[in-house]
Design a binder for this molecule. Structure first.
Ligand SMILES: NC(=O)c1ccc[n+]([C@@H]2O[C@H](COP(=O)([O-])OP(=O)(O)OC[C@H]3O[C@@H](n4cnc5c(N)ncnc54)[C@H](O)[C@@H]3O)[C@@H](O)[C@H]2O)c1
Length: 252
């Protein structure tokens, strides 16, 4: 019960890393609002509830102002406060900018980066009212190192790293810590389209040790461990930091 009683929002929580974080937070005693574009987030929430978790699902596109406002409002109506926000939702649309529609670039920036601006613009006032909090933005190893055919995604993730640091400075006087997590390859659907450009997921996995020195994919629950640490008071001295569970990618 490392975050007992805290109220947490996790975006992009219908599946993958966000689901693992929401599940872990609920097991550790938090009240969790799962949010996602996908209606299947309701089933994810129901399965966490079946384990005894106190959770709410709010369907929202976090790149849209009105839907973000509704997410914050629904959270406060249900649980009365906000202590933790995990900005996890993202898309990854690979390709060279020479073939990329402008709309793809805009969508990547809106879902990956602007969504974090929106959720925090409307969520942080509630954290200030609560006397402080912890914000966790989901970056990537691509916040530090690039990969071929991934320029829009990499640009958005690099932006998240510096956005995190800037907000850490702005919100420190409010007792709000802001950190980011920068994972390596976690085996979720977000990587599939990129892997297809290089022969498919199975083929790319055969040579995983070439780019991820631990030689295996990372499990979503390994990222949830880091999120739990950052959400809890165990990380009380940390703000403006990037925690990098990347299997060694950025060591090279
Ligand atoms: N899987 C990896 O290897 C990896 C590595 C580094 C960073 N990340 C980051 O981890 C986070 C989670 O990704 P994942 O691996 O679990 O992928 P995923 O595709 O399984 O999960 C992303 C979730 O975000 C949701 N989403 C997408 N657009 C949305 C929108 N506009 N509004 C609300 N929700 C939206 C999706 O529906 C999905 O449930 C992302 O920020 C991703 O960039 C993943």
């Amino acid at each position: 019960m490392r975050i007992e009683g805290k109220v947490a929002i996790v975006t992009g929580a219908a599946r993958g890393i966000g689901e693992a974080i929401a599940r872990r937070f609920a097991r550790e005693g938090a009240k969790v609002v799962l949010s996602d574009l996908l209606a299947s987030g309701e089933a994810t929430a129901a399965s966490i509830r079946a384990e005894g978790g106190d959770v709410l699902f709010v369907q929202a596109d976090v790149s849209k102002t009105d839907q973000v406002k509704q997410l914050i409002q629904a959270t406060v109506e249900q649980y009365g406060r906000i202590d933790v926000i995990v900005n996890n939702a993202a898309v990854n649309i690979p390709g060279s900018i020479l073939d990329m529609d402008e709309a793809v670039w805009d969508k990547t920036m809106e879902v990956n980066l602007k969504s974090q601006f929106l959720v925090l613009k409307y969520g942080v006032p509630e954290m200030i009212k609560a006397g402080g909090g912890s914000i966790i933005n989901m970056g990537s190893a691509n916040s530090f190192v690039a990969e071929p055919m991934l320029s829009a995604y990499v640009a958005s993730k690099g932006g998240i790293l510096m956005f995190t640091k800037a907000l850490a400075l702005d919100f420190a006087p409010h007792n709000i810590r802001v950190n980011c997590i920068c994972p390596g390859w976690v085996d979720t659907t977000i990587n599939d389209a990129h892997a297809e450009l290089f022969g498919g997921r199975e083929k790319v996995l055969e040579s995983i040790a070439d780019f991820q020195p631990l030689g295996r994919t990372i499990r979503p629950d390994e990222i949830a461990n880091v999120a739990l640490f950052l959400a809890s008071d165990e990380s009380s001295a940390m703000t403006g930091s990037a925690v990098v569970p990347d299997g060694g990618i950025t060591a090279k």
